[in-house]
Design a protein around this ligand. Structure first.
Ligand code: 13P
Ligand code: SF4
Length: 344
C-alpha cells in the first residue's frame, strides 16, 4: 500500500509564521513584547525590546502599551508589575523561576536586618517583590557598584542575594562594611576558573567578557591583581554591557562568561567578530521554558497575569525606582580601554 505523502515544513518557515501571528496579536492587544538577552533566539527575534534586567525594567516603566508580555523570568515580570500597576503583565510560562532569587525570602531578610539594625539593604533585582519590599535599594549587575557608592561610606550595607556580585561590589567600592548573603545562581556558579584557563589557552588573543554573577569572576580579578592575568582584555559587564562591548573593542575574538543565550545577539550584531562560550553548558532552563507557542497562547488567552499585592508593590517600588534612576550600562571594572591602532 502506498503511503500518503507527508509534507514537513521547514523549521524556519514555521518560526516565521508563528512570529507573524504573534506580531498581529500584539498589535490587536496593544502589547509590547520584552525579552531578556538569555531567551531563545526565536523569542528574542519576535520581541520589541531585548535587553538586560535594567533596560527591561526601564522599558516596562516607560511603555505606552496596555499589555507587557514578559519573556524572561518571574521576578522580572513582577518588577514590571510593580513599576506599571495599571498595565497587564503576562508571563508566558509560570515555571520561569530563578535559582538565585530562591536563595532568600522576606522572612530570612527580616531576620538578617534584625541582627544589623541601622544597616541599609541593597538587593539585586533577582529577588521576589516581597524581598524588594524589605529593601532600601535594588540594583542590577549594570549599576550595583554605582548604587553602593551612592550610600554614605560609614553606613553598613547588607547585600543580597548573590555572593559573587557582592564580592565584586565590595572589591570595586573598597568598602569593608558590606555583609554579603551567600546566594548564587547555579548557571553562573558553574562557570569556573578552569573554564577560563582552558578557553584562554585556546584563544590567547581573545578579550574576556565576564558577568559578575560568575563563579570565575572573583578568581579572575584576584589573578589580575596578583599580576597573573593581564588586566587588558578583561571586562566585567552586565549582559547589555557585553552586547555593547565588541563595537568599541579592538579585539576580534571574545570569550563570553555568562548564559549562552547571549551569543545570539552578540553574533548577529557583530558578524565580523567571533564569540566563544566560556562554558557551553551554561544554559538557564528557566529562561528557555518560554517558547513561541507559549508567547502566542499568552496573547490569545491573556495568561499568565502577574500581579503584586498593593502594600508589597508600594514598598518594593521605592527600591526599584532608586535602581532605575542610577547609572548602568558602563563597564563594571576600571579596566583600561584597549587602545585601538587605526592600522589594525
Ligand atoms: P543582567 O541584568 O546583566 O541581564 O543579568 C541578568 C541575569 O542573570 C538574569 O538572570
Ligand atoms: Fe536566575 Fe541564573 Fe537563570 Fe539568571 S541565569 S534567571 S540568575 S537562574
Amino acid at each position: 500500500m502506498a503511503l500518503p505523502d507527508i509534507h514537513i515544513r521547514p523549521r524556519d518557515e514555521l518560526i516565521a509564521e508563528i512570529q507573524r501571528e504573534i506580531k498581529t496579536l500584539a498589535r490587536e492587544r496593544n502589547a509590547v513584547i520584552l525579552a531578556h538577552n538569555y531567551e531563545r533566539p526565536e523569542v528574542q527575534d519576535v520581541a520589541d525590546f531585548v535587553g538586560d534586567s535594567l533596560g527591561l525594567s526601564r522599558e516596562a516603566a516607560s511603555t505606552q502599551a496596555d499589555v507587557i508580555v514578559f519573556c524572561g523570568v518571574h521576578f522580572m515580570a513582577e518588577t514590571a508589575a510593580v513599576l506599571s500597576p495599571q498595565k497587564t503583565v503576562l508571563l508566558p510560562d509560570l515555571a520561569a523561576g530563578c535559582s538565585l532569587a530562591s536563595t532568600i525570602d522576606a522572612e530570612q531578610l527580616r531576620a538578617w536586618k534584625a541582627e544589623h539594625p541601622g544597616a541599609v539593604v541593597v538587593s539585586y533585582v533577582n529577588t521576589t517583590a516581597e524581598v524588594k519590599a524589605e529593601s532600601d535599594y535594588c540594583c542590577t549587575s549594570g549599576n550595583a557598584v554605582e548604587i553602593v557608592n551612592a550610600i554614605p561610606a560609614d553606613t553598613e550595607i547588607l547585600f543580597c542575594p548573590d555572593m559573587f556580585l557582592g564580592a565584586h561590589v565590595k572589591r570595586m567600592s573598597g568598602r569593608q562594611n558590606i555583609r554579603i548573603w551567600m546566594g548564587e545562581c547555579h548557571v553562573h556558579a558553574g562557570i569556573s576558573p578552569d573554564h577560563i584557563r582552558q578557553r584562554r589557552a585556546e584563544h590567547p588573543g581573545a578579550e574576556f567578557l565576564i558577568h559578575p554573577e560568575c563563579g570565575c569572576s572573583t578568581s579572575v580579578l584576584e589573578a589580575m591583581s596578583a599580576g597573573d592575568v593581564d588586566p587588558e582584555g578583561v571586562q566585567i559587564l552586565s549582559t547589555e554591557g557585553m552586547i555593547k562591548r565588541p563595537a568599541i573593542s579592538g579585539a576580534d575574538e571574545f570569550i563570553v562568561a555568562t548564559e549562552v543565550g547571549i551569543l545570539h545577539r552578540l553574533r548577529r550584531e557583530n558578524p565580523s567578530k567571533r564569540f566563544f562560550a566560556a562554558n557551553e553548558k551554561a544554559s538557564c532552563a528557566y529562561m528557555k521554558v518560554t517558547t513561541l507557542p507559549k508567547v502566542k497562547r499568552a496573547l490569545e488567552h491573556m495568561q499568565h497575569r502577574i500581579t503584586v499585592p498593593a502594600d508589597v508593590a508600594n514598598r518594593a517600588r521605592r527600591a526599584i525606582e532608586r535602581m532605575i534612576a542610577i547609572g548602568g550600562h558602563r563597564p563594571l571594572s576600571p579596566v583600561p580601554e584597549r587602545t585601538v591602532d587605526p592600522g589594525e
